[in-house]
Design a protein around this ligand. Structure first.
Ligand SMILES: *[C@@H]1O[C@H](CO)[C@@H](O)[C@H](O)[C@H]1NC(C)=O
Ligand SMILES: *[C@@H]1O[C@H](CO)[C@@H](O)[C@H](O)[C@H]1NC(C)=O
Ligand SMILES: *[C@@H]1O[C@H](CO)[C@@H](O)[C@H](O)[C@H]1NC(C)=O
Ligand SMILES: *[C@@H]1O[C@H](CO)[C@@H](O)[C@H](O)[C@H]1NC(C)=O
Ligand SMILES: *[C@@H]1O[C@H](CO)[C@@H](O)[C@H](O)[C@H]1NC(C)=O
Ligand SMILES: *[C@@H]1O[C@H](CO)[C@@H](O)[C@H](O)[C@H]1NC(C)=O
Ligand SMILES: *[C@@H]1O[C@H](CO)[C@@H](O)[C@H](O)[C@H]1NC(C)=O
Ligand SMILES: *[C@@H]1O[C@H](CO)[C@@H](O)[C@H](O)[C@H]1NC(C)=O
Ligand SMILES: *[C@@H]1O[C@H](CO)[C@@H](O)[C@H](O)[C@H]1NC(C)=O
Ligand SMILES: *[C@@H]1O[C@H](CO)[C@@H](O)[C@H](O)[C@H]1NC(C)=O
Length: 564
């Protein structure tokens, strides 16, 4: 069987898979309500796809590959022909057949087989099973690297130079006189003696050895390192570098540890919140705005609840994003939460390997994709609302942990701020996300949020900005002053800029919906505890102009004594 035929078959396969991601926006909400149907269908699809992919790989291993360029050429031609077609009639079918003739004129390829494949593609498109225009990714790369393994994706240009340096708090309690910072980076080749070195003007160099990991999904080649800077003193400026004498060092970077009085009137805690930010043009104004705040020292760390970089299976885009973000991530911690653009690719492998997360503790499995962060008076609950199948679910292990963690934060008098990718409340045109899936997530955790006095919940997934009044179980107080309210308020903050564009609002009739904006922007979160009262000032800023577009100042009496 010709490898070119495999390319064509793979197109059909990939289209069927791609369809899964977009079905939620189609007219299928009633089917999504049937959980058994959903689970069976997804399980079957996944099983079939694994079988087909497996046999493709076997054939390729037998030495029939014609290489990356040929594969990408064929995939590109068929993508362009099939793009934006809701249906393929006889005329467009004929175009595809012409393409077969062109592509395989000089080979011994059996044209009848190519025609059969085109026929299958036409049938699938007409059944609504293929939505090529729904693919906001580089189609040829996804096909040829992810599914056919013709192409490899090296992370980096140089073999040993550390790149994509990123900081993350090592532990859930990053404030104190003996804290730790995790640093991650990427090299193309193995660097056996890699370490992190850190120092201050008045203390000598400390060193810790790095660990490494790798994976090969999507043809990706690279080594992901991580190391810990330990026994750090509060409120101190550190310089550090990663690498080794033998194979070279990164440049020197600096970061400052949190002061002990973080989150007070003398030293407010300032955090940037973004979600759904890609690596390409749309994200540049947001990246520039964050960088300006890092440069002038007015932000402590970033939280990014999901859809990080939009690699979407082309794993080398993670590296593009990593390089682009290095001026930020090498200087302040970058605390992430998994989104569906991560979780649906090999069950989130790229995300899990690249982004360090503090241990969740409290009986949660090690290496969980959820954790908490206690910073002065605030506890950030960083939650995983994703499944490997692009649906919304916390899962029992996380729900068990949430019971303990939220109640613990509550009894310590912490102001609780929750962040997860999928929204509880939204009004966008992603109708299934804002109805069935949102209601499902609410049924799992909204009561816990209320019972433990959660102040605010930040989500993404939907590509706009929407802020609610305090709301519980769809009931709201439109005249709320956000002062000592019993219910959380919610922000959809998926407006940081990505290639999928902006989501419109399909309804303005949700009473709880206070503000709806379609600007590209980010939020600045400022927390102060003073005189037994918490003040949480949330501002939504337009990335390009710096204009303030929305603001809420929430106040809340502290319930018991502060944790630290
Ligand atoms: C077939 O579809 C193309 C575009 O999809 C359209 O331009 C053309 O008019 C259609 N032809 C027939 C015969 O319907
Ligand atoms: C087929 O061969 C002819 C003559 O050698 C050449 O001009 C043409 O470009 C080839 N076509 C393809 C698709 O390789
Ligand atoms: C932390 O260290 C600083 C400087 O060494 C010291 O002044 C301070 O008392 C320490 N605080 C605590 C809580 O240990
Ligand atoms: C760090 O690595 C070096 C050489 O690779 C080794 O000799 C040393 O024991 C390691 N240190 C620790 C703490 O593992
Ligand atoms: C820091 O930079 C941000 C973003 O440019 C700006 O809004 C803010 O005013 C600056 N603050 C200081 C203290 O310079
Ligand atoms: C995906 O990963 C999570 C851990 O992050 C694990 O609990 C789950 O079983 C995995 N799912 C599949 C389908 O492999
Ligand atoms: C960091 O290294 C440790 C091994 O020390 C490993 O367990 C962990 O998964 C790594 N984290 C990342 C994000 O690579
Ligand atoms: C909100 O306040 C307005 C103006 O005071 C009032 O007319 C309205 O009834 C209030 N709405 C609710 C739901 O309390
Ligand atoms: C929630 O309330 C809005 C009005 O604010 C209503 O239109 C909507 O149907 C309600 N949704 C649910 C799931 O009850
Ligand atoms: C909040 O604290 C203030 C000042 O101590 C007090 O007057 C007020 O009653 C408290 N409000 C609530 C809702 O507990």
């Amino acid at each position: 069987m010709s490898t070119k035929l495999l390319v064509l078959l793979a197109l059909v396969l990939v289209c069927a898979l791609g369809h899964k991601d977009y079905e939620r926006d189609e007219d299928l909400p009633h089917r999504w309500r049937d959980t058994d149907y959903q689970n069976n269908r997804i399980a079957n699809e996944q099983h079939e796809m694994n079988e087909i992919a497996h046999s493709f790989r076997r054939v390729l291993r037998e030495g029939k590959s014609t290489g990356c360029k040929d594969c990408e050429l064929a995939a590109q031609i068929f993508f362009e022909i099939g793009q934006n077609k809701a249906a393929l009639n006889d005329t467009t079918g004929a175009l595809l057949r012409d393409a077969c003739v062109d592509m395989f004129r000089n080979s011994t390829f059996d044209l009848d087989i190519c025609f059969d494949v085109v026929g299958t593609l036409v049938v699938l498109v007409n059944k609504g099973l293929v939505l090529l225009n729904g693919w906001q990714v580089d189609f040829k790369e996804v096909v040829c690297a992810d599914f056919l393994f013709y192409c490899v994706k090296p992370c980096c240009l140089l073999p040993y130079a550390p790149e994509q340096v990123r900081l993350s708090y090592r532990d859930s309690n990053p404030v104190g006189n003996s804290t730790a910072m995790s640093v991650g980076w990427v090299t193309l080749k193995q660097t056996p003696d890699a370490v992190v070195e850190w120092w201050t003007p008045s203390t000598p160099k400390s060193t810790n050895n790095a660990s490494w990991n790798t994976y090969n999904h999507g043809g990706w080649i690279g080594i992901i390192h991580n190391a810990t800077m330990s026994s750090l003193t509060a409120d101190t400026l550190y310089t550090y570098r990663v690498g080794s004498d033998a194979l070279g060092w990164s440049q020197e970077f600096t970061f400052k540890t949190l002061p002990l009085n973080i989150g007070t009137a003398e030293r407010p805690l300032r955090v940037i919140g973004i979600a759904d930010m890609g690596w390409a043009e749309a994200a540049q104004p947001t990246i520039a705005a964050i960088q300006a705040m890092v440069n002038n020292g007015t932000v402590d760390f970033v939280i990014h609840p999901g859809d990080i970089g939009y690699a979407d299976g082309n794993e080398a885009w993670w590296d593009v994003f990593g390089r682009e973000m290095e001026p930020i991530t090498s200087r302040i911690p970058y605390m992430t939460v998994i989104g569906n653009h991560e979780s649906i690719w090999w069950n989130g492998t790229g995300y899990k390997e690249r982004w360090f997360r503090p241990d969740a503790n409290m009986g949660a499995p090690s290496d969980s994709t959820f954790y908490q962060l206690n910073v002065g008076p605030v506890t950030f609950m960083m939650l995983d609302s994703e499944t490997a199948w692009n649906t919304a679910d916390y899962g029992q292990a996380q729900l068990n942990w949430m019971q303990l963690a939220f109640n613990d934060a509550r009894s310590n008098g912490q102001l609780i701020f929750a962040a997860h990718h999928r929204p509880f409340y939204c009004s966008s045109n992603a109708i299934v996300d804002c109805t069935t899936l949102a209601v499902n997530l609410r049924s799992q955790a909204e009561a816990l949020y209320k019972a433990t006095g959660v102040s605010t919940v930040m989500c993404g997934h939907v590509h706009n900005y929407e802020r609610t009044f305090p709301v519980y179980d769809n009931i709201t107080d439109v005249n709320s002053t956000y002062s000592n309210v019993a219910d959380p308020y919610y922000i959809v903050n998926g407006a940081a800029g990505n290639r999928e564009g902006t989501s419109n609002f399909y309804t303005t009739s949700n009473l709880w919906s206070a503000v709806r904006l379609e600007n590209i922007g980010y939020t600045v979160l400022e927390f102060v505890r003073q005189g037994g009262e918490d003040t949480f000032n949330m501002r939504f800023i337009d990335s390009a102009s710096g204009q303030l577009l929305d603001q809420v100042i929430l106040t809340k009496n502290v319930t018991t004594s502060q944790r630290h």
